[in-house]
Design a protein around this ligand. Structure first.
Ligand code: NAD
Ligand code: UFG
Length: 339
């Protein structure tokens, strides 16, 4: 059976995608350097699926290891999650971001090319739209970057478009994720941020469980429903299923195409906090503070292209996202390091 390489498969979105791929019958091999994850995540994927996972600890910055891997395995396609993802950190250590994200992806594409593997699904981000002029966002909106993380995604997208132009044997799907949230309904895998979370959902969840005192709401004077920032939160299991659909699409020789993976509507910070309080039965104390530099007021997708072309749409709503996120948090107080 042909094999699918999953880079960064021990991470948040990668681990959920591994579950869906295995359940869809795919034969996968995962590589990861565990810079932002741990082996326990893959053990939990094995527990959920009842299948063992082929895994190699490889850093995508290491071209020789990639070459050696591809010389031992024939991959039909690669799903590429591996990379660094924290916006704030990318402003502090931009070179690490360009090295992991851009050079790592360059190594991967060069190795794929050398071994005749031309099918790639790449984790892009809604961040490539910068500050959108209107809403909802469609894939043909102008692209821009406001920080090194976003720029690394944009550079990679451009690199992919150039690669496909140079050789149309390549089939590359650029999946632009909106805001992933929630966890697997089993409560066995979920988001496990290092230190204090930067993102809203894991932050609220840690306030609910009592690890953090209160939520700081970054600004309440935006032009939105209640003045707080609005985002398109998408259940991580829906997102994971989008990757299975993307693999199906690669068989139709789609060229290099970008798809929005979002729900198509948004919730504000206060709406998210209220939903979490209701479902968890815990209080979520909050205070309004200054706007966070670089944040935009409103961001949500028009996901209709993914619906038409991939036959994919989000099926789970806010309640499932919050319930599953809370279930994961309750069962794993300290993420994968819970005893
Ligand atoms: P994550 O950090 O949980 O997963 C990334 C995985 O890649 C981790 O397991 C990490 O150890 C691994 N990794 C990092 N650098 C590596 C390297 N040089 N070699 C090998 N492995 C490496 O992040 P995630 O939330 O699962 O995100 C997955 C992808 O989706 C990333 O490319 C991210 O930029 C993108 N994305 C994430 C979000 C989000 O909000 N979570 C939004 C849009 C796009
Ligand atoms: N927010 C707070 N308090 C917090 C954290 C966040 O009020 O402690 C607010 C933000 O101001 C924003 C909303 O919650 O209005 C969501 O913020 P996140 O940090 O969770 O998500 P972002 O939309 O800022 O960014 C995320 C990822 C990016 C990715 C983008 C689009 O972090 O990498 O989604 O996919 F590019």
């Amino acid at each position: 059976m042909s094999k699918i390489l999953v880079t960064g498969g021990a991470g948040y979105i990668g681990s959920h995608t591994c579950v869906e791929l295995i359940e869809a019958g795919y034969n996968i091999l995962v590589i990861d350097n565990f810079s932002n994850s741990c082996p326990e995540a893959l053990k939990r994927v094995e527990q959920i699926t009842g299948k063992s996972i082929a895994f190699e600890q490889i850093d995508i910055r290491d071209a020789n290891s990639l070459e050696e891997l591809f010389s031992r395995h024939q991959f039909e396609a690669v799903i590429h999650f591996a990379g660094l993802k924290a916006v704030g950190e990318s402003c502090q250590i931009p070179l690490e971001y360009y090295q992991n994200n851009v050079s790592g992806t360059l190594n991967l594409c060069q190795t794929m090319k050398a071994h005749g593997c031309h099918n790639l699904v790449f984790s892009s981000s809604a961040t490539v739209y910068g500050e959108p002029a209107s809403l909802p966002i469609t894939e043909d909106f102008p692209l821009s970057a406001t920080n090194p993380y976003g720029r690394s995604k944009l550079i990679i997208e451009d690199m992919m478009r150039d690669l496909h132009k140079s050789d149309n044997n390549w089939n590359i799907l650029l999946l632009r994720y909106f805001n992933p949230a929630g966890a697997h309904p089993s409560g066995l895998i979920g988001e496990d941020p290092n230190g204090i979370p930067n993102n809203l959902m894991p932050y609220i969840s840690q306030v609910a469980i009592g690890k953090l005192e209160k939520l700081q709401v970054f600004g309440d004077d935006y032009d939105t429903v209640d003045g707080t920032g609005v985002r398109d939160y998408i259940h991580v299991v829906d997102l994971a299923k989008g990757h299975v659909k993307a693999l199906d699409k690669l068989n139709q020789k789609p060229g290099c195409t970008a798809y929005n993976l979002g729900v198509g509507s948004g919730y504000s910070v206060l709406q998210m906090a209220a939903a979490f309080a209701k479902i968890s039965g815990r209080e979520i104390p909050h205070e309004i503070v200054e706007r966070r530099p670089g944040d935009i007021a409103n961001c949500y997708a028009d996901p209709s292209l993914a619906m038409q072309a991939l036959g994919w749409q989000a099926e789970l709503g806010l309640e499932a996202m919050v319930e599953d996120g809370w279930n994961w948090q309750k069962k794993n107080m300290d993420g994968y390091h819970t005893n």
